[in-house]
Design a protein around this ligand. Structure first.
Ligand code: DQA
Length: 141
């Protein structure tokens, strides 16, 4: 199985950004965790990070025919981006949504998830482990 992991804006700042919310582990730690897990599970993984909405849309479109599942943490674009929602619907690749923090217990503006509307499952507030649970979900489908 070929899985595309997409991380939205500021997730490359993990370890530096708001450690009380996102923890002290770095983005490199997250990538290593995901890559090692994928190897263990014999899954092919590509990890993509961008701070740009259009680049994320481009990456989702390019996944068509090339990936069997998408694990996406759209970060702030979760709560604003109809374009990412439409891209996920366009390719219709099974997708799961991840949030490191428990967005349900945070600000009102974080209570809507556009991307989540195109995802089969959401793993929220589980820290980095959410990504692994998302991969498991896609592998067990
Ligand atoms: C996040 C939650 C979003 O609300 C926030 O904008 C992020 C990270 C998370 O993983 O908890 O950048 O997606």
């Amino acid at each position: 199985m070929r899985i595309l992991v997409i991380n939205g804006p500021n997730l490359n700042m993990l370890g530096i950004r708001e450690p009380d919310i996102y923890g002290k582990n770095t983005y490199a730690d997250l990538c290593a965790l995901i890559e090692n897990y994928a190897k263990e599970k014999n899954a092919e993984i590509k990890i993509f990070q961008s701070n740009h909405e259009g680049s994320i849309v481009d990456e989702i479109q390019a996944a068509f025919g090339n990936f069997d599942g998408i694990v996406i943490n759209p970060a702030a674009y979760t709560h604003t981006s109809v374009a990412i929602l439409d891209a996920l619907k366009s390719v219709a690749i099974p997708a799961v949504e991840i949030h490191i923090s428990d967005v349900s217990k945070r600000e009102d503006f974080r209570q809507i998830s556009y991307a989540g509307m195109a995802c089969e499952k959401s793993f929220i507030g589980l820290g980095f482990d959410g990504y692994l649970r998302g991969i498991d979900y896609l592998l067990n489908k």
